[in-house]
Design a protein around this ligand. Structure first.
Ligand SMILES: NC(=O)c1ccc[n+]([C@@H]2O[C@H](COP(=O)([O-])OP(=O)(O)OC[C@H]3O[C@@H](n4cnc5c(N)ncnc54)[C@H](O)[C@@H]3O)[C@@H](O)[C@H]2O)c1
Length: 276
């Protein structure tokens, strides 16, 4: 389905981005993996190349908040692979459920700015740096969203707002880039990754998998399918389908919501705002 494609994935030194790079490389694509963490992305490329037995993955270092650094990475990708068929804006951070009830104005302002600049501006700048190539290849964008793009309780207010904003970008960019470039999203659920938080909240060394370790075994109270063992690999299939120029041909402005059944079940309990 995506064999021979040239793919550009951000935040791919770890977690879901790395799992996506592995999946696309296994499907026969050539993949640039971009991350702010050079060591991580270099090791990830080596691991995937060794696994598929071919130099199919190129590591790139850039900060998605910086347009120049993104354009340099795109140039390096083009030098190696010559074109871009699929772009996956995926680099993100989480706010560790910081509720408005736990922060003052200054703290919220700093945390909000950092989350938005990576999760929203970073996605937009990634598309800005690549859409001209996608136009030439009749390619597509597949953005990583979250169940927080649809529901409360997948993060705090800043993270939820950032994923709703990214959902808006899928719709608007699908409109702006049609009919030559398709733009879709995949809303993934909780999974074991290194997902960290903003420097502004002192959360940059945290890992989401540590949060999962503190949750009880045997299921999440409000997500019927996912549990504390859920791995990023299990979310990669819909990306391949949407990126495929045959299977995804007529799909744009759409989001595959892999919410594990949240919509079928609703919330188990309230967050406790009534106890304030
Ligand atoms: N882990 C989950 O439970 C979960 C749930 C829903 C959605 N998501 C989304 O999945 C995406 C990937 O997150 P993950 O869980 O794989 O986390 P992760 O931390 O394992 O991977 C994210 C990568 O992005 C990189 N990154 C962070 N800031 C960057 C920047 N400014 N420029 C370039 N790279 C940067 C990090 O170094 C890291 O390697 C994010 O958009 C996240 O919001 C994750």
């Amino acid at each position: 389905m995506v064999e021979g494609q040239a793919v550009f994935i951000t935040g791919a030194g770890s977690g879901l981005g790395k799992a996506l790079a592995m999946r696309f490389a296994q499907e026969g694509a050539r993949v640039s993996i971009l991350d702010i963490n050079k060591e991580r992305v270099t090791e990830a490329a080596e691991e995937i190349n060794n696994s598929v037995g071919d130099d199919r993955v190129l590591p790139l270092t850039a900060d998605v908040r910086n347009p120049d650094s993104l354009h340099q990475a795109v140039d390096a990708h083009l030098e190696q692979f010559g074109s871009i068929d699929t772009v996956i804006p995926n680099a993100g951070i989480w706010d560790y459920n910081r509720s408005i009830t736990r922060m003052g104005g200054e703290e919220i302002a700093a945390l909000f700015d950092e989350i938005m600049s990576i999760n929203v501006k970073g996605y937009l700048l990634t598309v800005e740096a690549t859409w001209r190539e996608l136009l030439k290849s009749r390619g597509s964008v597949v953005m990583t969203l979250s169940n927080a793009a649809y529901y409360a309780a997948g993060g705090g207010v800043s993270y939820t707002a950032s994923k709703f904003a990214a959902r808006g970008m899928v719709i608007q960019l699908a409109y702006e880039l049609a009919p030559k470039v398709r733009v879709n999203g995949v809303a993934v659920g909780g999974m074991r990754t290194n997902l960290s938080g903003p420097v502004a909240g002192g959360l940059q060394e945290r890992k989401f998998s540590d949060v999962m370790d503190k949750r009880p075994e045997g299921g999440n109270p409000y997500i019927p399918l996912h549990d504390v063992s859920t791995q990023p690999e299990t979310f990669t299939g819909p990306y391949v389908m949407l990126a495929s120029k045959s299977d995804g041909a007529n799909i744009t402005g759409h989001i595959v919501n892999i919410d594990g059944g949240i919509a079928a079940r609703g919330f188990a309990n309230s967050a406790g705002g009534d106890s304030l």
